[in-house]
Design a protein around this ligand. Structure first.
Ligand code: HEM
Length: 333
């Protein structure tokens, strides 16, 4: 590694880079319009969090306030953009011009095949369903992976020995230049351990919910139908009985033999949920995070700026309340 030059980065970028990734993966050639959906959903989320602070006022969301009117406008614009993208692609597919190597193509192709197989019995998903799926994917990816990357960089600043180990692995496995490929990324063991430990300590989605659909007994307690149960992932991930006395410490080595051996009481690691509704994007998210981190580690070394204040903030995602002010140094290999 050669000389380094000093840079300042006031704050990590928001989910914008991620907007690019999901837009390309979901909409391929229509990615610019897709990116607009991502921006609108970001604004929608911010407004929704604002509105949540007033939810104690009965019927608040129905009032014609400035925020509520903007939220309605955004929902209509998202719908309009997505309908346009879907219609354009359906026409191109009918004309045999479009490929199905993105999410939208896969959804539409499977929809068309399903309609063909059911011989017009109307069993395929509708355009509205396709639009609903696209919205869900955008929303589920909106902040999750960028929050994971943000906490990872903060923790690698706090634990520079792990930053060095992760960088050494990236340079050894992937080399100093070139686009990392899937095969190379899947050989990054230290980076994976680091990401798991960050997901454990700073779990982006802090809890998941399930509703009983019939009377049932769980852990010796009887529940009627319709009870909403919460699994507090963040608390499980910090449970000292399961993870040991050092449960609150950053120790990626606990994952050195994989997830099942990391805790006394497996399974106790659920950053992506569990069961039939487990996060469908978990492999995509980990790949995206590894790719992002590998590129950053190759190009920069980083440390916390004196302006950084450690304040995990549990609103929406678990995020750094005052941002992530870091100092980056460009590395010249
Ligand atoms: C660090 C990144 C991510 C985290 C921590 C995360 C976490 C989660 C969690 C906890 C759930 C609920 C699972 C349950 O109820 O058991 C979920 C659901 C979901 N996630 Fe993710 N997610 C991430 C990234 C992504 C990405 C990148 C995508 C899409 C590309 C995605 C798509 C989805 C979808 C579609 C669902 C709903 C699945 C269903 O209800 O069947 N997620 N995610």
């Amino acid at each position: 590694m050669g000389q380094a030059q000093e840079d300042h980065q006031p704050c990590l970028p928001s989910g914008e880079a991620q907007g690019d990734v999901i837009s390309r993966a979901a909409f391929g050639s229509s990615y610019l319009e897709g990116r607009r959906v991502f921006q609108l959903q970001g604004e929608q989320l911010e407004l929704f969090l604002l509105a949540m602070t007033k939810m104690h006022i009965p019927g608040y969301l129905l009032l014609p306030t400035k925020v509520n009117r903007r939220m309605k406008q955004i929902a209509a614009e998202i719908e309009r953009v997505l309908k346009g993208i879907v219609a354009k692609r359906e026409n191109a597919m009918r004309a045999g011009e479009a490929t199905s190597d993105d999410l939208l193509g896969v959804l539409l192709e499977s929809n068309m095949a399903h309609c063909r197989d059911s011989k017009g019995a109307g069993m395929g998903i509708t355009t509205d369903d396709v639009i609903g799926e696209c919205k869900l994917f955008y929303f589920a990816d909106a902040e999750t992976t960028s929050v994971l990357l943000t906490w990872t960089m903060i923790l690698l600043c706090m634990h520079p020995e792990w930053q060095d180990r992760a960088r050494e692995e990236v340079l050894r496995v992937l080399g100093p230049t070139g686009t990392p490929d899937h095969d190379g990324l899947s050989r990054l063991k230290v980076v994976t351990m680091v990401l798991y430990e960050v997901l454990r300590l700073y779990t982006p989605v802090m809890a998941i919910h399930r509703e009983t659909y019939k009377p049932m007994e769980l852990g010796g307690v009887r529940y009627p139908a319709g009870v909403v149960l919460m699994l507090p992932l963040l608390c499980v991930h910090h449970d000292k009985e399961v993870w040991g006395a050092d449960a609150d410490k950053f120790r990626p080595e606990r994952f050195s033999e994989g997830i099942s051996k990391a805790s006394a009481d497996a399974p106790a690691f659920f950053p992506f949920g569990w069961g039939p509704r487990v996060c469908i994007g978990q492999n995509f998210a980990l790949l995206e995070a590894k790719m992002g981190l590998a590129i950053i580690l190759r190009r920069f070394s980083f440390q916390l700026s004196p302006a950084y204040m450690h304040a995990p903030f549990p609103v929406g995602m678990l995020q750094p309340q005052h941002g992530a002010q870091l100092r980056l140094k460009t590395l010249i290999h």
